[in-house]
Design a protein around this ligand. Sequence first.
Ligand SMILES: [Zn+2]
Length: 198
Amino acid sequence: MLNIVNVGYDSTNYYVIETATTKLLVDVGFPGTLPKLTHALKRTGIALSAIPYLLITHYHPDHAGLAQELKQQGLKLLVLEPQAAAIPQLKRHMKPAYHYQEITLDDTVTLSLARSRAFLAGIGIAGEIIATPGHSNDSVTLVLDAGMAFTGDLPPPHMATDETLQRSWAAIQARHVHTIYPGHGPVYRLAEERHGEG
Ligand SMILES: [Zn+2]
């Protein structure tokens, strides 16, 4: 069983990946938007309390702002090694009016990229997390063996104008991905993207 549910709001996509044994939330919204997330989840019949894990594609306000609040709700935050340095920087992007709750690292699951596959297998997800810098240094992509990739704000292939972005896309494409679940905008097929009007 593999179910992907978009629980996004405010023009950002947040995805719940549901397998037979677990649920993983990919990205969360701005600080203070927990009621919006709860509402979006309710519409899809998923309870927040039924989601054990949270992965952030990159530590920007519209993808990570709620992370600490969700940790307080019991979700385990998976932090990839390339992301650890970016977490303390997130508060710089936050206006005081956001009432951002700073993410603490004491109760997170820190993973090396190399160990991500084994960790995901252990919770019942076939896939891995790879470094895909370009939009930001801390950007990672979750690649499912079933051919889906959760790319956060990595620009699509036709906009991959510099070497860093091209390397990131080469890493994704080397893993036989066919469908992209981006942080903003609709899901797209990679082949269509390549031939599309862009
Ligand atoms: Zn974004």
